[in-house]
Design a protein around this ligand. Structure first.
Ligand code: FAD
Ligand code: NAG
Ligand code: NAG
Ligand code: NAG
Length: 505
C-alpha cells in the first residue's frame, strides 16, 4: 500500500527570472536578427527629440536609456533571443500608454510590450530597436467583488501577488502557472496562458470577463465589463486574449476568480506504460468527477534529470512514467474517501505501481516543486530546445519516441512531460550547446510530425518570434489571411510587436 511520505528535501531554491537574466548577461546570446537572419523593417529610428518627448510624458526616471540598464530587457528567459532596443518606457496609467502609442504610431516607431518576460517563444523581447514597454508600475488592484468573484486590476499585476490578495477573500486566481512569481496578468492574457489547473478552470477565454486595451494609434478600447453573460455583438475581448501584443496593449483586466478549495490532496504515482497513464486518466475523470483538479504526467528522464540537476529528492523509485493527480473539493472526509476508493482500485488493476498521497501543504509543495522545476532543470544540461505542442491523447507520447530515434547519438536528453488532461505535452531536447545541425534536424521535422498527428505546434506558449514560419502547420491559409486583415485593420503601420506571430508573405 502507500508508503507515508517521508521526505528530506534540502533547499529547493526557486531561481527567479531576475537571477536568470543576470546569468544570461554573463554569456550573451547571439543577436536574434543575426541568428535567424531577419531584416529590419522600415520603421522610424529613435532620436534625441523622441526621448525628450517620452520624458515629457512619463518623467525622467521612467525612460531608461542607459545601455547596461536596458540589456536585461533585450534578453528572453531561455537566453535564446537578444534584441537591440535602446529605450525602455515604464508607463503608470492607461493615458500614458495611449499617449506613448499615439506618438510612436505617428513616427512609425515600433514597440514591444513586455510583461514578466517569462515567455518561451521570444515574443516578449525586441528583435531590433523596438521600444520596450514595461508594465511593472501598472500594478494596482481596482476592485474585487467577493460575491461574484470578479477581480479588476491593472495589466502589470504579478500573478502570485493577485493570488495572495484574492485568497484573503476565499478566492483564487483561475490559473496557476509554473512562472507565477514573475508573470504579469497582462502577459498571461496576451498569451492566453494555460498551466496546471486548466483542466479544472478552463482557459482564459472563459475566465477573463472583460478588459481594457490600447490600439496602435493610441485609442483606448473599453471592454472592461465584469459580467459573465454579455452577448451584445462581437466578443472583442477575445481579439486581445492570446494575440501576444500584436493587436493592442492590454492595460486592465477583469478576471473571474473561483472559490478557494478547502480540501486539497495530491498524489504522486509511478506508472509502467503510457497506455496505463491514459487508462488512469479516464478512470480518474469518472471516479473523481468534480473534485479532479489536475492530472499531470512526466516521463522517467524528465523527473530523473530534474531531481539530479537541482539536487531534489524523488519520493518514489524509478518508474517509466510519473503521474500527479490533484483533487480539490470542500469536504475533506468525503473527498478522501472518494480518492482512496479510486486509488485502491487502480492499484489492484495495476495502473498504479507505487505512490504517495498527501494533504499536508508542505508535502504537496514538495511534490509540485519537482513537477514545476522540470522547466528549469534543463538549463543545467547546457542548451535546451523546448517544444510545447498538443496532440490527441492516443498519440500523445509518440512524438518523444520519434524524436529519440531521429536524433540518436546527438542529444544529452530528450523527455516529455505535461498536462495530460489538456492533451498538452512539453518536450525538451537538451544538448551540450546550441548547434545548427541539431536545430535543422529538429525543425521543421517536429512540426511536420505534430501536424501529421493532427496536433497544434503551439499548445500554450504561443507563436512569438520563434514560430511564425511554422504557423501554417496549424493554421489554414484562409485563417491566416483573416489574421493579416485584422492586424492591418488594428495596426496599419505594423508597429506593435513586429516580427512576431504573423509570417511574412
Ligand atoms: C518556469 C516557467 C513555467 C511556465 N509555465 C507555463 C504554463 O504552465 N502555461 C503557460 O501557458 N505558460 C507557461 N509559461 C510561459 C509564460 O510564463 C507565459 O506565457 C506567461 O503568460 C507570460 O507572461 P509574462 O507576463 O511573462 O509575459 P511576457 O513574456 O513578458 O510576454 C509574453 C507576450 O505577451 C506580450 N505582452 C506582455 N504584456 C502585455 C500587455 N500588457 N499587453 C499586450 N501584450 C503583452 C509580449 O509582447 C509577448 O508577446 C512558463 C514560463 C516559465 C518560465
Ligand atoms: C520592469 O521594471 C521593474 C521595475 O520598475 C523591474 O523590477 C522589472 O524587472 C522590469 N521587468 C523586466 C522584465 O525586466
Ligand atoms: C500567468 O502566467 C504565469 C506564468 O506562466 C502563471 O504562473 C500564472 O498562473 C498566470 N496567471 C494567470 C492569472 O493566469
Ligand atoms: C524543459 O523546457 C521548458 C520549457 O518548455 C524549460 O523551461 C525547462 O527548463 C526544460 N526542462 C528541462 C528539465 O530541460
Amino acid at each position: 500500500m502507500f508508503r507515508p511520505l517521508s521526505l528530506l528535501i534540502i533547499n529547493i531554491s526557486k531561481h527567479n527570472v531576475a537571477s536568470q537574466i543576470k546569468y544570461s548577461t554573463a554569456i550573451l546570446p547571439r543577436l536574434s536578427s543575426e541568428k535567424y537572419n531577419i531584416k529590419r523593417k522600415s520603421f522610424g529610428t529613435i532620436n534625441e527629440s523622441d526621448i525628450n518627448h517620452f520624458r515629457s510624458i512619463l518623467s525622467e526616471n521612467r525612460v531608461i536609456t542607459d545601455e547596461s540598464d536596458v540589456l536585461p530587457y533585450n534578453i528572453d528567459w531561455i537566453k535564446n533571443c537578444r534584441g537591440q532596443s535602446k529605450v525602455v518606457l515604464k508607463p503608470k496609467t492607461t493615458d500614458e500608454v495611449s499617449e506613448v502609442l499615439s506618438y510612436c504610431n505617428s513616427k512609425k516607431l515600433a514597440v514591444c510590450p513586455q510583461g514578466g518576460n517569462t515567455g518561451l517563444v521570444g515574443g516578449s523581447v525586441p528583435v531590433f530597436d523596438e521600444i520596450v514597454l514595461n508594465f511593472s508600475l501598472m500594478n494596482k488592484v481596482i476592485s474585487l467583488d467577493d460575491i461574484s468573484g470578479a477581480l479588476v486590476c491593472e495589466a502589470g499585476c504579478v500573478l502570485e501577488n493577485l493570488d495572495n490578495y484574492v485568497r484573503q477573500h476565499n478566492l483564487i486566481m483561475p490559473l496557476d502557472l509554473g512562472a507565477k512569481g514573475s508573470c504579469h496578468i497582462g502577459g498571461n492574457v496576451s498569451t492566453n496562458a494555460g498551466g496546471l489547473r486548466l483542466l479544472r478552470y478552463g482557459n482564459l477565454h472563459g475566465s477573463i470577463l472583460g478588459l481594457e486595451a490600447v490600439k496602435a494609434d493610441g485609442t483606448v478600447i473599453d471592454c472592461l465589463r465584469t459580467l459573465k453573460k454579455d452577448n451584445t455583438g462581437y466578443h472583442l475581448k477575445h481579439l486581445f486574449i492570446g494575440s501576444e501584443g500584436t493587436l493592442g496593449v492590454v492595460t486592465k483586466v477583469a478576471v473571474h476568480c473561483p472559490a478557494v478549495s478547502k480540501a486539497v490532496s495530491l498524489g504522486y504515482f509511478g506508472v509502467n506504460t503510457f497506455e496505463d497513464v491514459l487508462q488512469l486518466y479516464r478512470n480518474a475523470k469518472i471516479s473523481l468527477g468534480e473534485i479532479l483538479s489536475a492530472f499531470e504526467m512526466a516521463d522517467n528522464r524528465a523527473i530523473c534529470s530534474t531531481v539530479k540537476n537541482l539536487k531534489l529528492t524523488n519520493p518514489l523509485e524509478d518508474y517509466p512514467f510519473y503521474v500527479l493527480i490533484e483533487t480539490s473539493g470542500c469536504d475533506e472526509e468525503h473527498d478522501s474517501e472518494k480518492l482512496n476508493r479510486f486509488l485502491s482500485k487502480e492499484m489492484e488493476s495495476g495502473h498504479i505501481i507505487d505512490g504517495t498521497v498527501t494533504s499536508e501543504p508542505a508535502k504537496m509543495r514538495t511534490i509540485w516543486n519537482i513537477r514545476e522545476n522540470i522547466a528549469e532543470a534543463g538549463l543545467h544540461d547546457g542548451y535546451v530546445f523546448k517544444y510545447d505542442v498538443s496532440i490527441p491523447l492516443n498519440n500523445y507520447y509518440d512524438i518523444v519516441l520519434l524524436l529519440r530515434k531521429k536524433l540518436e547519438g546527438k542529444y544529452t536528453n530528450i523527455y516529455g512531460y505535461g498536462h495530460i488532461g489538456d492533451g498538452n505535452i512539453h518536450i525538451n531536447v537538451t544538448v551540450p550547446e546550441y548547434s545548427k545541425e541539431v536545430c535543422d534536424m529538429l525543425e521543421p521535422y517536429i512540426f511536420e510530425q505534430v501536424a501529421k498527428l493532427k496536433g497544434s505546434i503551439s499548445a500554450e506558449h504561443g507563436v512569438g518570434f520563434r514560430k511564425p514560419q511554422f504557423i501554417h502547420y496549424s493554421k489554414d491559409e484562409s485563417a491566416l489571411r483573416l489574421m493579416k486583415d485584422l492586424k492591418h485593420l488594428m495596426d496599419p503601420n505594423g508597429i506593435l510587436n513586429p516580427y512576431k506571430v504573423l509570417p511574412d508573405v
